[in-house]
Design a protein around this ligand. Structure first.
Ligand code: ATP
Ligand code: MG
Length: 792
């Protein structure tokens, strides 16, 4: 009889097939982009289920984003049907939240804990840095947050860190104190920050082997996608989960005096789970967050006898795209050479475009997408990538103006908005009253006359009476505040209590699924929050109301999808989604995202934008060891997302970091064989005026800076020789307005914008900027040196 999974193997190449069918304790699949790693994982899960080798509940699959988890669940569902339910397909964070929601009471938390996103923990750290006068020692909240995060990713907790810190260094001493206070504050608030979710789960497993055993017995097959981006804490988590079941007794916790005490050696009850990991060291892009490629290279040492499978055929991209990707990545010296190949053919050439400014660049992208759309390409098959979130603004402006439907993926934007954070703080105050930060946040939102003095009085009263901050609100009459303020506090207390009764039923009582949406509405209405926004004359507040409506809609949708979902489930989902930012499905819209967010995804058409020095590679990375190589891998990730069409775009000038600067093409462009890229001309190009592109090409002058040719000796600094790649961007005569004397009140004419009047001139030398009010084109800022302008 044929194997029940026979059809799952059809259409896989031999190494892929081996990766699906191999059975053994450990399997490592290493392969380049688009070679089917994720597909193999999915088929492997389906094969285990089909063959009845595992129950769905025995499978734990870890993906990098919630979106990837959703896709994998759907794919497995298609392959095996209903039986896919009960599987854990999750990100590291969401898997750990699920574990902690069950086990947190083991070590001093309740299962209603709050999850602090990086904004929340930044706020807390800010307060502590102030308290400890950290700035006197050069400690900024950002630096402290970064260091704490790094330490947690390495599983260094506050106590162990304090033991080995150099206490004769005052900055180190203060940092250690802040770290300790931060951890205690989290514990008091019954909260975990993002890094804690993983680190604390590891501690939990190490300190309570009988708890770990529960999960070791349960998960018999553990599969991890994007293994190259696991950090030490995530690696340790996998290690704990794949240990043999120890059979430890549950009588006592196993931690004493900061030391972990393990059960004396005894024969394991059950061997460790089988582990499958897939990864590509060329796509490791999270070293800055502590990810360690060595996790891949050392896999065979950690899991002796592991089978290794290599995949080399790429099924995603055309040969042109792959050749460009291969050419770029081969410049990283610290890698094993591997070449991807494809049999789909060369495909279309890669399109290059250089705009004058990021607006020009964005306009080209918008126009090009519209052109493709008219030719039958769905918006949802198009993606636009950038290196930093701030680059999305120019794109959004132009897209909105062009009425192009788009979605920002991975942007935490929505959940970062103040009104959304306020609304969530209301919910958290109900779900987890120990979370003092949340209660403090809503204390005077909307304004109800509760100032700092009152806030301090509440905190003092709470401390004196061993109450939580939230509970102290019930004693407004004992705070010694004026009658108006007292009434305001009493009102807030009443609203919170009412919402609590609605959303957190007594044990055994069943809440309707709509309780969260109703409770949220109640909180926003009765607290006066909505009224305050409605009464406002600030046009922004209109948008805030809409956003809150949207949040209520999210809560309703949550209720539909999770009929048994509680308030805590809702907050968990929001916290995780807000981090990954992939709440929206992008059907019918162009997807905008950073190259980091793009990992693992694929699109027919991809625009990689801002391909400039200082952006990709990013200027911050330049000075860091391994920085430029990591940036090259990131660029490689971006390029290899494309199936059929790849665009590489850049701008000659870019307003960034608060100033307009002249941008240089990225060195990565230089690394792509010239014949693979076809450069397009800007419709607003100076070159195109009064002549064809080819005339502009002929106008190249050897050694002429922007006018140099590839084989000409570089006339500018060596780094900028890559400019020679853009013959069609060379002004027929090199424009240089450096000497143009301009002052406020002058009138000028611009080749595109027509006539206008100068409001002001700022900056100096090559960076002088004219702020111009054009008669019909509105206000613009122009870099005088290169703007196509003349004085009237
Ligand atoms: P990345 O490194 O970007 O995460 P990956 O190695 O995980 O890529 P997949 O996303 O699994 O690659 O596969 C890339 C594309 O190739 C997908 O569209 C997938 O369906 C397709 N594919 C993979 N293997 C095959 C195959 N044997 N036959 C046809 N299509 C395949
Ligand atoms: Mg993948």
């Amino acid at each position: 009889a044929p194997r029940p999974d026979a059809d799952l193997l059809d259409g896989l190449n031999p190494p892929q097939r081996e990766a699906v069918t191999y059975r053994g304790p450990a399997l490592l699949i290493v392969a380049g982009a688009g070679s089917g790693k994720t597909r193999v994982l999915t088929h492997r899960i389906a094969s285990l289920l089909r063959n009845r080798e595992a129950w769905p509940s025995q499978i734990l699959a870890i993906t990098f984003t919630n979106k990837a988890a959703g896709e994998m669940r759907e794919r497995v569902g298609q392959l095996v049907g209903e039986s896919a339910r009960g599987m854990w397909i999750a990100t590291f964070h969401s898997a750990c939240v699920r574990i902690l929601r069950r086990e947190a009471q083991q070590f001093g938390f309740t299962t209603a804990f709050t999850i602090y996103d990086s904004g929340d923990s930044r706020a807390l750290i800010k307060r502590l840095v102030k308290e400890h006068e950290g700035d006197a020692y050069g400690l900024t909240p950002a630096a402290v947050q970064g260091k704490i995060s790094k330490l947690k990713n390495e599983l260094a907790d506050a106590e162990s860190y304090a033991r080995q810190a150099n206490m004769s260094d005052p900055a180190e001493r203060v940092f250690t104190a802040i770290f300790g206070d931060y951890q205690r504050a989290l514990q008091r608030a019954n909260a975990f920050d993002f890094d804690d979710l993983i680190a604390q789960t590891v501690y939990l497993f190490r300190a309570f082997p009988h708890v770990a055993d529960v999960y070791r017995r349960r998960f018999r097959h553990i599969l991890v996608d994007e293994y190259q981006d696991t950090n030490h804490a995530q690696y340790a988590l996998i290690h704990e989960l794949t240990r043999p079941v120890s059979g430890a007794s549950s009588a006592e916790p196993y931690s004493a005096g900061g030391m972990m005490i393990f059960e004396p050696e005894k024969a394991p009850e059950l061997e460790g789970a089988s582990l499958t990991v897939v990864g590509d060291s060329d796509q490791s892009i999270y070293a800055f967050r502590g990810a360690d490629i060595r996790n891949i290279s050392e896999f065979e040492r950690d899991f002796p006898g592991a089978r290794v499978v290599l995949l080399e055929q790429n099924y995603r991209s055309t040969q042109n795209i792959l050749s460009a990707a291969n050419a770029v990545i081969s410049n990283n010296f610290d890698r094993k050479d591997k070449k991807l190949w494809t049999d789909v053919g060369a495909g279309e050439p890669i399109v290059g475009f250089t705009g004058y400014s990021q607006h020009d660049e964005a306009q080209f992208i918008a126009d090009e997408i519209e052109k493709l759309h008219r030719a039958g390409v769905a918006y949802s098959d198009v993606a636009v990538f950038y290196r930093t979130n701030s680059q999305s603004r120019a794109l959004e402006e132009i897209f909105i103006r062009s009425a192009l439907p788009y979605k920002i993926m991975g942007g935490t934007k929505f959940y970062e908005r103040a009104e959304i954070k306020d609304a969530l703080a209301y919910l958290v105050s109900v779900a987890n009253p120990a979370d003092e930060m949340a209660v403090r946040r809503i204390l005077n939102k909307p304004k109800r006359g509760i100032g700092d003095v009152t806030e301090t009085a509440i905190a003092r009263f709470a401390e004196d009476n061993q109450l939580t901050f939230r509970d102290a609100l019930a004693s407004s009459d004992a705070l010694g505040v004026g009658p108006k303020v007292q009434a305001a506090i009493a009102h807030l207390d009443k609203v919170l209590a009412e919402a609590t009764a609605l959303m957190l039923p007594a044990s055994g009582e069943i809440t309707p699924p709509t309780a969260v949406a109703e409770g949220l509405t109640l909180l926003l209405q009765k607290s006066g929050y909505l009224d305050a926004l409605r009464a406002s004359r600030d046009p922004q507040d209109e948008a805030r109301l809409e956003n809150l409506d949207e949040l209520v809609a999210v809560a309703r949708e949550f209720a539909r999808n999770n009929p048994d979902g509680t308030l805590i489930d809702f907050l968990t989902e929001v916290a995780l989604v807000a981090d990954a930012g992939d709440l929206d499905d992008a059907s019918g819209s162009v997807s905008l995202m950073t190259m980091h967010t793009a990992k693992g995804l694929e699109f027919d058409t991809v625009f990689v934008t801002g391909v400039e020095e200082d952006l990709i590679p990013h200027r911050i990375s330049a000075g860091e060891p391994g920085g430029p190589s990591e940036e090259r891998r990131l660029f490689y990730v971006g390029v290899t997302r494309a199936r059929k069409r790849l665009y590489l775009t850049l701008a000659m000038t870019r307003a960034q970091f608060g100033e307009v600067s002249v941008a240089m093409p990225s060195r990565f462009l230089q690394e792509i064989p010239a014949e693979l890229i076809e450069w397009r001309q800007s419709p607003g190009d100076v070159n195109s005026r009064g002549g064809s592109g080819s005339r502009a090409l002929n106008a190249r002058r050897p050694g002429g800076g922007w006018g140099g040719r590839k084989d000409d000796p570089p006339a500018l600094a060596p780094r900028s020789t890559s400019l020679d790649r853009f013959p069609n961007k060379i002004p027929a005569k090199v424009r240089d307005n450096s000497e143009m004397q301009l002052a406020a009140g002058d009138r000028i004419r611009h080749e595109d914008f027509g006539e206008g009047r100068i409001d002001a001139v700022t900056g100096e030398g090559a960076k002088r900027i004219a702020h111009v009010r054009f008669d019909s084109a509105g206000a613009k800022k122009l870099l005088i040196k290169i703007a196509p302008i003349e004085k009237l």
